[in-house]
Design a protein around this ligand. Structure first.
Ligand code: ARG
Length: 458
């Protein structure tokens, strides 16, 4: 009895080694729901077009309902001999309903079938990811809102640069995740197009109604060229690129959390439930979650590279290379979802230490730019003001004090135009309040940013 869909032509059974090498059922079985969804829409259309009988559709529907139950209950027997999810389901269907099952594949190839399945599956995963991105942003908004007035040393080159609001810093990540949301929403449009009707590569001679199937599957458009329809994996590449960027954002946040938790910073603490200890050093509390997320970002970037490379040398149209798209794609989805889920929770648990942040800001002469700007307002050209302040900072360093601690008569030695009101801008809060420009770090601006995002997300 033949075991493979094509074996009438073959005079030798497939080698066991080859069977294992070519089979994908172990991992592509997770596409089963999309596969059944696609088959139901295809069968329904075949009947509407008079290509198969109504009786056949009823049988197919019944059989696929039975298969759904079996898979959900874990009693479905997946067979390596049947190579992939598509052939496993089709074989079981035929076993259950006979000839009607054999008619299901009319006008269809596994090439347009697999492309359809992956797209349907990915579309739904994107929707879950988008919801998780919203959750994460809401968590960040909460943290930002609670710490709008907390002062953090803003860094450039990882050296103290200017004071910023901790809330403002958190809102930078909200901007990034907003763009990730935009990117995925845009990718979704190109994922959500229907390949069915392309058949193996050239289209089909059956009078299929592709638009009927498109509507049934709630897709936005039809793939317009049959050769492209079966060989395009751009949609997966684009998705993996968008996912990689989102993971990079998580990774940067992770790096900051790890740094901030270091004893020499002491800016934050993370809840115990997100940390682990050491089996040898009793005092240790390690930020494993952000560290792992940073590592997993590398893994997702790797999947993107893998996928790109799988496509690179392929001639048109379908090639079996494409079977290799699934594991990186699946793992990208799983990793991103897990990471977003855990970060939405972790972020709300960040315990902020305002005194440590403020103390660190005072160590770095973070208001030097404010003194320069002050002198500019007194009529000095900016370059001269810059030079003057450099001298003032040098003096403050040698006296081991902050700029705001230099007495007025000392400051006046650098420039006689300096008056008592200079201390308003030399204080950290004074400095913060002056950055009152759209996108700036003045707490009033940060509150406005938060309100804008809250309105968008509600
Ligand atoms: N398992 C295959 C894949 O993942 C399905 C399509 C196979 N088509 C074929 N003609 N061998 O791409």
């Amino acid at each position: 009895k033949k075991s493979q869909a094509w074996s009438a032509l073959f005079s030798q059974p497939m080698s066991e080694l080859v069977k294992r090498y070519t089979a994908s059922v172990d991992f592509d079985k997770r596409l089963w729901r999309a596969d059944i969804q696609g088959s139901l829409a295809h069968a329904d259309m075949l009947a509407a077009q008079g290509i198969i009988s109504l009786q056949d559709v009823f049988s197919i529907q019944e059989g696929l309902a039975q298969i759904t139950k079996e898979i959900e209950q874990g009693t479905f027997e997946w067979k390596l001999d049947l190579e992939d999810v598509h052939l496993n389901i089709e074989a079981r269907l035929t076993q259950l309903v006979g000839d009607a099952g054999k008619r299901l594949h009319t006008g269809r190839s596994r090439n347009d079938q697999v492309a359809t399945d992956v797209r349907l599956w990915l579309r739904d995963e994107i929707d879950l990811i988008l919801a998780l991105l919203v959750e994460l942003q809401k968590s960040l908004l909460d943290v930002a809102e609670r710490h709008t007035d907390v002062i953090l040393p803003g860094f450039t080159h990882l050296q103290v640069a200017q004071p910023v609001s901790f809330g403002h810093h958190m809102m930078a990540y909200v901007e990034m995740f907003t763009r990730d949301e935009e990117r995925l929403t845009d990718v979704r449009k190109r994922v959500n197009r229907l390949p069915l009707g392309a058949a193996a590569l050239a289209g089909t001679s059956y009078p299929l109604d592709r638009d009927h199937v498109r509507q049934a599957l709630n897709m936005e458009g039809l793939c317009q060229n049959s050769i492209d329809a079966v060989s395009d994996r751009d949609f997966a590449i684009e998705f993996c690129a968008a996912a990689a960027v989102a993971m990079l954002h998580i990774s940067r946040l992770s790096e900051e959390l790890v740094l901030w938790m270091n004893q020499n910073f002491g800016f934050i603490d993370l809840p115990d439930r997100f940390c682990t200890g050491s089996s040898i050093m009793p005092q240790k509390k390690n930020p494993d979650v952000p560290e792992l997320a940073r590592g997993k970002a590398g893994r997702v970037v790797g999947h993107l590279m893998g996928l790109i490379t799988i496509i690179k040398g392929q001639p048109l149209a379908y090639n079996k290379d494409n079977q290799e798209d699934k594991e990186p794609l699946f793992d990208t989805v799983d990793t991103l979802k897990d990471t977003l889920r855990i970060f939405a929770e972790l972020v709300t648990g960040i315990e902020v230490k305002p005194e440590a942040m403020e103390k660190a800001t005072l160590k770095g002469y973070a208001t030097a730019t404010d003194l320069a700007d002050y002198l500019v307002k007194k009529g000095l050209p900016f370059r001269d003001a810059h030079e003057t302040v450099a001298h003032a900072v040098k003096a403050a360093i040698s006296h081991q004090v902050d700029l705001s601690e230099l007495p007025l008569n000392v400051l006046q030695q650098f420039n006689p135009a300096i008056e008592k009101d200079v201390y308003d801008v030399l204080s950290l809060r004074g400095s913060l309040n002056t950055r009152n420009i759209l996108g700036g770090t003045a707490p009033s601006q940060v509150r406005a940013q938060i309100a804008r995002h809250r309105a968008r997300l509600s």
